[in-house]
Write a protein that binds this ligand. Sequence first.
Ligand code: ZN
Ligand code: ZN
Length: 448
Amino acid sequence: MEIGESRIGNLLVLRPQGRLDNVTSAEFQPILLHAVTAGAADIVIDLSAVEYISSAGLRVLMTASKMKARGRRLAVAGLHGIVREVFSISRFDHVIPVFGSVEEAAAEWERDSQTAEAPESEPAPGAPIAVRFWGTRGSLSAPLNDAAVRAKIRQALVAACERGLADPADIDLFIERELPFSVRGTFGGNTSCVEIGGGTGGDYLLCDLGTGVREFGNRVIAEHGAARPHCFNVFLSHVHWDHIMGFPFFAPAYIPGNRIRIHGCHKSLREALLRQQSAPCFPVSFGSLPATIEFIELEPGIEYRIGGFSVNAIRQFHEGESYGYRFSRGGKSIVYSTDCEHKTTVLDAAYPFVEFFRDADLLIFDSMYSLAETVSVKEDWGHSSNIVAVELAQLAHVKQLALFHHEPAYDDASIERVLRETIRYEEISREDHRVEVISAYDGLELTV
Ligand SMILES: [Zn+2]
Ligand SMILES: [Zn+2]
């Protein structure tokens, strides 16, 4: 088999020709492996002159991808016809970066190096901050089952039939304006994961690593491709299972060049992530993940500057302790406070949480139980209620309150009922300040 070799700057281009099958792969493998283990160049395999690739050929690419040094990049380019199809069917396009041409790869990597070096620019005061909820369920993931979906369809059809709708545009309007959210949508079943800041400059900020982080990671890869490295600043409230269980399925952790910085106030962060991702519970050990993963211990009461935000932490009342975080940028503040039990006897203006929540534009708050539960059977279970959420938000003059960490036993109609009742309670108990109450759901996007 003929294999061309050329260079564009610090980029090595290998150009195999013909078929990459059982026979020719044996010739290609030593050349490719030599290229990825010797020298420091990034490598693009130009497949524009390859007319067929078999599983043996794909295996060579995977071996090279695994053997390359951390921080070095490997991609394929110029796929066409059957080769492109095989890449797609085998899902290799999910694990090896694919570019239209060698020149495109070179240009994209050059851009990445420049953005990585660009100094962090300060956002203008009042600049909007995007918040996206990837997981909002408490304690355990709670997917919809067949019966729940069927019940929603039935409710929607009955309501539509009553209206005699036939025009698709009218149906869209009807869904949007007249069906309750619990019928047209779902609060979702993923556990805690919230993205703050919308990935400005290729860096992301996340609160917790519940099962919602799987979809977040997939979205980042779908949007930017696997080749572009990112920095993920993660803040862990605590290491209870529901707040870390998504990490083994966080695809960017499996891509070298990505940097994951896990912040938290517990000393046991690394140990917890290591333990959940080790034999016999999980087949891929935490230590073998190709991304660079760092742990950064924070102290409550100290203001940090991380990922373009000022960040403060507060210790919360929860078994094994949990921590709430306040993120501020350009005069706006978002508080992430989940898994905390506020006793009703301490709720006055001197309560430290009132100061911590003060004037927040958005307060994300654990309101898993009813007030009755938190003072009876579920007292000391470490969670709060919608009533306490409203009272604290009013005392602190919070602008918007997002109910969060939903009880997994609740269906969509129950969560919607809690939201209605909470909005009503806010009206009843309001003195001088109105708090807007919403209920977080998986996929909710806000701008603060
Ligand atoms: Zn939790
Ligand atoms: Zn917890």
